[in-house]
Write a protein that binds this ligand. Sequence first.
Ligand code: SF4
Length: 701
Amino acid sequence: NLSQEHLSVRTTCPYCGVGCGVRATPQGAQQATIAGDTAHPSNAGRLCVKGSALGETLGLEGRLLHPHVRENGALRQVSWDAALDQVAAQWRAIVAEHGPDAVAFYVSGQLLTEDYYVANKLMKGYVGSANIDTNSRLCMSSAVAGHKRAFGEDIVPVSYDDLELADMIVLVGSNLAWCHPILFQRISKAKEARPDLKIVVIDPRRTATCELADLHLPIKPGTDVWLFNGLLTYLHGIGAVAPDFIAAHTNGYEAALAAAQLTPEQVAQACRLNVADVLAFYEAFAATAKVITGFSMGVNQSTAGTDKVNAIINCHLIGGRIGKPGAGPFSITGQPNAMGGREVGGLANMLAAHLDLDNAAHRAAVRAFWQSPTIAEKPGLKAVDLFQAIEAGKVKAVWIVATNPAVSLPDAEQVRRALGKCELVVVSDVVRDTDTNALAHVLLPALAWGEKDGTVTNSERRISRQRAFLPAPGEARADWQILAQFARRLGYAGFDYAGVHEIFDEHARLSAWCNTPDELPRLFDIGDLAGLDRAAYDALAPVRWPAGRDVFADGRFSHPDGRARFVATPPRLPANKVDGEFPLILNTGRLRDQWHTMTRTGRAPRLAEHTPEPFVDLHPQDALLCGVREGELARIGSSWGSMVARVRHGGGIARGSVFIPIHWNGQTSSDARVGALVNPVVDPVSGEPEFKHTPVMVDRF
Ligand code: SF4
């Protein structure tokens, strides 16, 4: 009703990269009712089951409300001054003795853009090390690397409206129905209105997304590059190319083609598919001008993740299916602000404003804008390497912000060992008890969703406000405030922000400053959003960049010569193969009703009902061979660790594979962390771990 509408606050869902607009109406001190925001262009009022249950995840139970330090093994509540003084003193001493690369941050795609900006400015511009990585490394760093190789800039050249304009949508390694439900609903509606809209799903599992598919290709895990190289060869072979576009706007076509040579028969054999299905896909792609290829974790989380991304992009470049309405490669981002993090250089190998850490002119421009005492000169350690460096004693202090690596990283037991050995582990988080917090020396309480203020950028480059609608509980502070107070303690100027709007302003001005006439203009330039005062920032409506133009519509890309690159992608198998001891391939992923390590969604009983406990889904014949039956508990083991889960069938799993969800942690149930099993092998370009392919065994518990 009208009065409720008047009281409600417009904000953005904190879960996936769809970035749906939410209206939250406070009900008392720590509660609120939740509805979709009909005025938000990305979701037009729709929310999925997780988003609509947000109100059930509020409240202070289990919250970290005061700073604590660990003394003789026990946590003791202290003042903010005492906690930050202790961290600053230890941090300063470690840097003085061992240099800036002996300290590190490990942050999160849950952070707001302003938090991300301050953390990166502090590390890269003031501490002087790029040892700041993020859990987005586990999510979309292969897409970032693929975009940079192909386009010269990390750009997603598709918007959600394009899904309704496409005549064919290919979904690769994406269970969109569960992981990005509002996009799936948009596609379902489009298909309802236009049954000719062709949907192809490429996924080893027959997931809920396949319900919409005209064609499902149950590809052998890890063989996507074969499939898309074969498509490139096929398109070339039948002349389904755009020679003028290739000549005027790309480089590297011949080399990519030479590396791709595969017949449909060879593809079918490598990918364990029917030749007829491979050909049906290729023929449909060739016959359709408006094709979107959406890809997600099944592509990114691989030791060949970056090559998979480029193999897909190659197939769009060959026919000029990019920069046009309803066509293009579409990286579907996992986290709510993985894109905003990318805009501020949130990865250890990136610099703010889509600039490059390994480019001296870019470093100089950012340093001049920040007027900072230094600038990191080389890429920092990526997530998996970072925790290995901690265990090796090379990194002696780590500050973990809003993430739970002792559950979520591959070889999670190694992360525990690393944190157990580290001289200083600081964690700022909203939750009191997590597997990671149990190893912290200092715990700092942060504001949660509904309490904090800032911006996020979703998968279609739309910047939206997350707004506070609840009071700050206990002594919790915004992440940017904690970091700025810490920076000032270290004696750094440049962190005197009167409010979050001033950080956003600086971020926007930096993006314009770097587009000087001497530089190639980058598409990421939000200078028109600079100068917002508090009121204008508060009122900021969702806005997509670049303003007023479609990405790559003019055929101009962000490489210095303005051309896109075909990238040669010779196929490679996953790092570790199955053998007699570990005969099955572990695939991990999300469930429909849970998010990450369940620290928020685990609070809503309604969400837990969907899947109350960890499970391992395997084919009935494999179960027979392993001696386990549906409903029984099984132990799943790999070379890195083991866990216990209940046996299930029916998840559309093919023979030879098992699927285990990522969500359960050591707090919800012992022996339930799938991260303990996952092989810590990474893509050599992106550093993204291979979550989709770990050899495992299954046995009776
Ligand atoms: Fe939130 Fe994603 Fe669901 Fe939208 S689709 S409500 S952003 S979880």
